[in-house]
Design a protein around this ligand. Structure first.
Ligand code: ATR
Length: 284
């Protein structure tokens, strides 16, 4: 039998993660001699952990909060997906060379386009300007959407907008959260994406947008998946809009990581079922 290939998720905390369930389900289904483990790595040990990855010949990693940005300096090479966004969520160990990628944006775009169709030429409002919003903003703008960013901290929204404009050459608007300008922008928006953590467990009664700001022709996409049914998605349904939960993004970003590591297509249905099973386990 071949040597077992080890894949890790590093972050802090990593307690409630669906990734081990998703990846180990694929490994089992495809009969790959691989294992995926979540490891809590405090920020002060990040460099040591990456040295350990090299020393032990770990095959690949997912990287989550708070290491997505700092890990970039510890790698040998960055793929364009990571250098554009300025963050890494996937690392491939290619015969000792560590290469950083970012699959968050492409994962979100894939799951979005699967359910809502192409974003090309569509008016998209993105809530947030943090790590997740950066990845999604870049991929949505790259796919040809007309993008407006709304964020609590305006300088962060402006920085993301100008970064996208500079690197991709597409114009991006910025509006303040909780403003009449946001309400007005939403009237003609076709797609609303929440890429903030608002509404995530335990603050499940929170939302940045309510049903009176949503119209029936809109698609509302929430990247939060704890819980799957967020307050924002309930508000969207109340307004008669289409609501898409965050599980698809998680599955597709994972499927893209799997492709990077193994060159194989991931059975996304297997991943989704495993993730749903794990979510149910948490709730019971
Ligand atoms: P991630 O990498 O998961 O995106 P992050 O970089 O900390 O995490 O970004 C969190 C996002 O959620 C930010 O856009 C943040 O807004 P600020 O830039 O103003 O901090 C947003 N966010 C978090 N809590 C919020 C709240 N209570 N109200 C509005 N926005 C919030």
């Amino acid at each position: 039998m071949s040597r077992v290939r080890i894949f890790l998720l590093i972050g802090d905390p990593v307690k409630r993660t669906l990734s081990p369930a998703m990846f180990n389900a694929i490994f089992e289904r495809l009969r790959l001699n691989c294992v995926y483990v979540a490891v809590e790595v405090p920020a002060k040990f990040l460099a040591d952990a990456i040295t350990g990855v090299r020393a032990m010949g770990i095959s690949g990693l997912n990287v989550t909060i708070p290491h997505k940005i700092r890990v970039m300096n510890l790698l040998d090479e960055l793929d364009e997906s990571a250098s554009l966004v300025g963050a890494v969520n996937t690392i491939k160990n290619q015969r000792g060379k560590l290469i950083g990628y970012n699959t968050d944006g492409e994962g979100a775009l894939r799951s979005l386009e699967k359910t809502a169709g192409s974003v090309r030429g569509r008016r998209v409002v993105l809530l947030g300007a943090g790590g997740a919003a950066r990845a999604i903003g870049f991929s949505v703008a790259k796919a040809g959407a007309e993008l407006t960013i709304a964020n609590r901290t305006m300088p962060r929204a402006k920085a993301l907008a100008s970064d996208i404009e500079r690197k991709l050459g597409t114009p991006v608007r910025v509006v303040p959260l909780r403003s009449n300008l946001l309400k007005k922008t939403l009237k003609t928006a076709e797609l609303l994406i929440n890429a903030t953590s608002v509404g995530m467990y335990p603050n499940t009664d929170q939302t940045l947008v309510t049903s009176d700001m949503i119209h029936r022709e809109m698609t509302v996409y929430d990247i939060v998946y704890k819980p799957l049914e967020t307050r924002l998605l309930r508000e969207a349904r109340r307004a008669g809009a289409k609501a898409i939960d965050g599980l698809g993004m998680l599955v597709h970003q994972g499927a893209l990581s799997f492709k990077i590591w193994t060159g194989k297509h991931a059975p996304v249905k297997v991943m989704e079922l495993a993730a749903r099973r794990e979510l149910k386990r948490w709730n019971t």
